[in-house]
Write a protein that binds this ligand. Structure first.
Ligand SMILES: CC(C)(COP(=O)(O)OP(=O)(O)OC[C@H]1O[C@@H](n2cnc3c(N)ncnc32)[C@H](O)[C@@H]1OP(=O)(O)O)[C@@H](O)C(=O)NCCC(=O)NCCS
Length: 153
């Protein structure tokens, strides 16, 4: 299976919404995706196979670091390295940014995603209690240090 990575475009949002609704208990709305695509501080990458769009990742630049806002892969394309490829490309694209550290929140029960992030060099740094409004689940806060400090260590 060959996978091509490209910037997401508004015309991709129907498929993004399908993957999103199948992936999360509280999916992002169309308006949230549109707003994220329009933000100059955001990057949105899609993974495409011959079947079309099968996964996406949104990251956004904040004062302290890049934040991973959303990552999802269609269920029948998981465990093939697509989320890894998407995030690694985003790390490359943002590597020259002095604030190229990354952070994210993930549900403490989402062990698959936590494992993915650990494989990519993220470490757990704290807990936000009751962060998720649907079930008051805690969020694990994870950080990945900037490339320069990786090289220095
Ligand atoms: C989490 C998610 C994005 C992973 O996408 P993916 O393309 O399957 O991930 P990868 O194939 O790159 O996985 C990389 C590594 O992460 C870990 N991992 C990912 N999914 C896993 C699973 N279901 N079970 C165990 N480990 C898993 C493994 O270590 C895997 O490496 P391996 O396959 O060589 O063992 C995907 O499962 C998904 O869309 N989940 C629903 C949405 C979600 O939870 N997003 C994260 C929100 S914070």
């Amino acid at each position: 299976m060959s996978v091509e990575l490209r910037r997401l475009e508004p015309r991709d949002l129907d498929t993004v919404e399908e993957i999103e609704r199948a992936s999360y208990p509280t999916p992002w709305s169309r308006a949230m995706f549109v707003a994220e695509l329009r933000k100059p501080s955001s990057l949105a990458l899609g993974a495409y196979t011959e079947e079309g769009l099968v996964g996406y990742a949104f990251v956004s630049r904040y004062v302290d670091a890049w934040h991973v806002m959303n990552v999802a892969v269609a269920a029948d394309h998981r465990r093939r390295g697509i989320a890894t490829t998407l995030l690694e490309r985003l790390f490359e694209v943002t590597a020259s940014d002095p604030r190229s550290g990354y952070t994210l929140e993930v549900r403490v029960s989402n062990l698959h995603a936590i494992r993915l992030y650990e494989c990519l060099g993220f470490e757990a740094r704290g807990i936000r209690r009751g962060y998720y409004t649907d079930n008051r689940e805690d969020a694990l806060i994870m950080w990945r240090e900037p490339a320069s400090s990786e090289e220095a260590s």
